[in-house]
Ligand binder design. Sequence first.
Ligand code: ADP
Ligand code: ADP
Length: 216
Amino acid sequence: MRLVFLGPPGAGKGTQATRLANELGIPHISTGEILRAAIARSTPTGIEAKAYVDGGELVPFAIVLRLVEDRLQEDDARDGWLLDGFPRNLEQAHALEPLIEKLGQNLDHVVFFEVADDEVVRRLSGRRVCKTCSETFHLEFSPPPDPQDCAPRQCEIFQRSDDSEDSIRNRLEVYSRETDPLVGHYQESGLLVTVSGSGPIDEVESALREALGHRR
Ligand code: ADP
Ligand code: ADP
């Protein structure tokens, strides 16, 4: 199965993508995570992308496209993939089409997670991530483990630098301007599957499974 996850920052795309990709045995490809790893390692891409990511702006098209192009050609992505965070605007959506065509593949569904603005802000402000395993937690809804319990895994819980108040505000603006038009785009092409993302994590997971189950 080849899927794109769409929705505002904080909608729960990464949380659901980790679970579904595991279940389907396909790679979860998060452009945000690839960029954060590049920034942490101070690669040339990371150095170029850092200011955009910290400020909640979109990283330039050419950089992100190259990352996705390379990642989709890796062996583990031959039989399926789940793209989380790409495409993020119409330019990227138009570039994805010939890219997957060239690989002799096709996109099965675009899942849109619908979540109200105030809920998204609550989720982003409480988000915490583990530096070691990249697992995502929430101070209230999915609390991180006690540091003692994860000593063997050497978990290091931190708050993403772009989950600051200013950056969250900017990302929501960028989302409405750049990414939201993709909902109409994929609706027109008949690929859109809308899932309510507002309930608890397990409830959203069931709704997602049901929505895709009808289409597998
Ligand atoms: P969230 O879902 O919380 O918004 P992501 O991890 O998807 O966060 O993205 C974090 C940041 O990485 C974005 O704010 C942006 O700066 C950059 N980024 C991720 N994906 C893309 C993309 N497809 N195009 C441009 N920038 C991107
Ligand atoms: P996205 O990838 O769309 O930016 P995440 O999956 O990182 O979103 O989720 C944002 C925050 O909200 C995280 O702290 C996560 O633990 C929490 N979260 C995700 N889904 C839900 C949910 N259904 N209910 C409550 N909190 C959630």
